[in-house]
Design a protein around this ligand. Structure first.
Ligand SMILES: *Cc1c(COP(=O)(O)O)cnc(C)c1O
Length: 382
């Protein structure tokens, strides 16, 4: 089955009692058993819920995976994956990770004796230099936030295989429509389903997928033991969101391309970060591992003024100033004052995250309205 058909049908059957085409919201905490320990596969809802099962089956199909687990947030999925490790173990991770992942690694898990190396993964040798006999996992995020760096997934999954360690890819920014890391040899792929998978800015959820039964069993054990499971209502919302994932992603990509090209040609705009440009430093890798280039774009102003960027963000009418991404509505963020405000200015600037950098999550509104909005807001700044 092709992607769009799976997005609509995978894991779902008409309800056996009523024929309802949509999977019901099974709002229940427990299930009646015929005799002690004799049940239909469902005993208690922390372990399993039928609405969640339908969602997990659909998500597994979209990542070409054998197994999927859903979580109450993306961070719940990250937390569960790191709990595969033991004190003394080491992880090599992308240097510009999602801020929440960086915080969980450094503020929660380092304290428990797990060590993290944050490396620029464009530099293959620098990554090799971090490997030692305690290395257990390599954690990849691509494209990265907000600099839109592209990491070569196949290179690092091959390296992980050679070393006998786990490779994990946070696939939130690309979504399974654009990129399938398990097909490139990754052991685990994870998502913040809050973003493109849900797609309507109305739910917080996470997911992970794997082809390894052994890993799945361990991860399911940790999930059932620790309890970060999503409720049936949220599972239903993501299941419904998935039905238009392919349509939304197509529109995000078309609008993203138009916005990237418009910004690049604008006299007040400095740099535009979007992996679809042939002169993006890792465009060739992006072309190889992604089907298209998505709707996430960052750009700077020629003035590089903090105030101009802030004024621009406030002048936009179609774009809303907000954190998060991947919903139908266009969003703008100013990392220097929002998501990355806690990083000292000099360090922030060294990574390219300058005062005027703005990040766009291009939505699926009409392209003409999106471009016109950017044009009128850019007129207002110096
Ligand atoms: C949002 C996000 C997360 C965390 O997910 P939540 O659903 O907010 O907990 C992890 N990784 C990336 C890349 C994200 O964008």
């Amino acid at each position: 089955m092709k992607f769009g058909t799976k997005a609509i049908h995978a894991g779902q059957e008409p309800d056996p009692t009523t024929g309802a085409i949509m999977t019901p919201i099974y709002q229940t905490s427990t299930y009646v058993q015929e005799a002690p320990a004799k049940h239909k596969g469902y005993a208690y809802a922390r372990g399993k819920n039928p609405t969640r099962t339908a969602l997990e089956s659909c998500l597994a199909a979209l990542e070409n995976a054998d197994h999927c687990l859903c979580f109450s947030s993306g961070m719940g999925a990250v937390d569960t994956i790191i709990k595969l490790l033991s004190p003394g173990d080491e992880v090599i991770a992308t240097d510009d990770l999602y801020g929440g992942t960086y915080r969980l690694f450094t503020k929660v898990f380092e304290k428990m004796g797990i060590r993290f190396h944050f490396v620029d993964m464009h530099d293959f040798a620098a990554v090799e230099a971090c490997v030692n006999d305690k290395t257990r996992m390599i954690w990849i995020e691509t494209p990265t936030n907000p600099m839109m760096k592209i990491i070569d997934i196949a290179h690092y999954t091959a390296m992980a295989n050679r070393l006998g360690i786990w490779s994990v890819v946070d696939n939130t920014f690309a979504s399974p429509y654009l990129q399938n890391p398990l097909d490139m040899g990754a052991d685990i792929v994870m998502h913040s389903a809050t973003k493109y998978l849900g797609g309507h800015s109305d739910v917080v959820m996470g997911a992970l997928m794997t082809n390894s039964k052994e890993l799945y069993d361990q991860l399911a054990f940790i999930t059932n033991s620790c309890g970060p499971v999503p409720g049936p209502q949220d599972s239903f919302l993501v299941l419904r969101g998935l039905k238009t994932l392919h349509l939304r992603m197509k529109a995000h990509c078309e609008n993203g391309r138009a916005v990237a090209e418009f910004l690049r040609a604008h006299p007040k705009v400095g740099k535009v970060y979007w992996p679809g440009f042939p002169d993006h430093p890792n465009h060739e890798v992006a072309k190889r591992q992604m089907r298209d280039f998505g709707g996430m774009i960052s750009f700077t102003l020629k003035s590089d003024s903090f105030d101009d960027a802030s004024e621009l963000a406030q002048s936009l009418r179609v774009f809303s100033l907000a954190e998060s991404l991947g919903g139908v509505e266009s969003l703008v963020g100013h990392p220097a004052s929002m998501t990355h405000a806690s990083i000292p200015r000099e360090e922030r600037i060294k990574t390219g995250l300058v005062d005027s950098l703005l990040r766009l999550s291009v939505g699926v509104e009409d392209m003409e309205d999106i471009i016109e909005d950017l044009r009128q807001a850019l007129e207002k700044v110096k």
